[in-house]
Ligand binder design. Structure first.
Ligand code: PGA
Length: 254
């Protein structure tokens, strides 16, 4: 397989694993990565493990990120973590607007834009997550929902910054359900997202921006997904918790 953009495979551990299993898994992944020239691999770990996990990942191209943060620099925000704090413990990237943040924790859509901006300012690579719920798809509102999420999340992003911003399309109905989007569904939405970027920021930005698919990605469906023109990688939840399932996803073309 040949790719226009560097494939990007990311694991989102969510609130899983204990410290020792987390570190073991990082060691295993690190041992399987080459020099990182042909693909980008990253793990989004629970924040309390970031310092240890990034220490173990040191010296390898493995990216280490957080699953969330707050867009303010400091202040009375009990329970929150700033972008600078994440940098300090070794994170180089961050997820923004994951569907569980949006739907379980009711994070407002307009926060995503402030977070993307702050991440860029603090040299964290943002992965903006977007995706429609089942009832939104069933009532033909997928495009409208995605447009609203992209408008908010990328509101302050300049075209040349799209090299550092990744968009992850994760249909909510496919997350943790075992139900993966069909190639046609994924192709259609990924093309829609790239077109949105093209219209808003021009052809060059659209050409360099990476768009990941997420939602029940497994070793047996990653190859098919990666063959879709506008799919540049995957955001993997459940299957990123074990080397047995995550390594074959990273090595999808081998
Ligand atoms: P899943 O999760 O792979 O377990 O469906 C994906 C995600 O939420 O990022």
């Amino acid at each position: 397989m040949t790719f226009v953009r560097k494939p990007y495979i990311a694991g989102n551990w969510k609130m899983n694993l204990d410290r020792s299993r987390a570190l073991d898994l990082i060691k295993t992944i690190k041992g399987r990565l080459g020099d990182g020239s042909d693909r980008e691999v990253a793990i989004f770990a629970p924040s309390v493990y970031l310092a240890d996990v990034s220490a173990v990942a040191q010296g390898s191209p493995l990216g280490i990120g957080a699953q969330n943060f707050h867009f303010e620099d400091d202040g009375a925000f009990t329970g929150e973590i700033s972008a600078r704090m994440l940098r300090e413990v070794g994170a180089d990237r961050v997820l923004i607007g994951h569907s569980e943040r949006r739907h379980i924790f009711r994070e407002p859509n307009d926060w995503t834009g402030r977070k993307v901006r702050k991440a860029l300012e603090e040299a964290l690579l943002p992965v903006l997550c977007v995706g429609e719920k089942l009832e939104e798809r069933q009532s033909n509102r997928t495009d409208r929902v995605l447009r609203r999420q992209l408008d908010a999340g990328l509101t302050d992003v300049k075209p040349d910054e799209m090299l550092r911003v990744t968009v992850a399309y994760e249909p909510v109905w496919a997350i943790g359900t075992g139900e993966v989007a069909t190639p046609e569904q994924a192709a259609e939405v990924h093309a829609f997202i790239r077109k949105w970027i093209h219209n808003r920021m021009g052809g060059e930005a659209a050409q360099m921006a990476r768009i990941l698919y997420g939602g029940s990605v497994m070793p047996d469906n990653i190859r098919g997904l990666m063959q879709i023109e506008d799919v540049d990688g995957a955001l993997v939840g459940g299957a990123s918790l074990k080397a047995d399932t995550f390594i074959p996803i990273i090595e999808f073309d081998q």
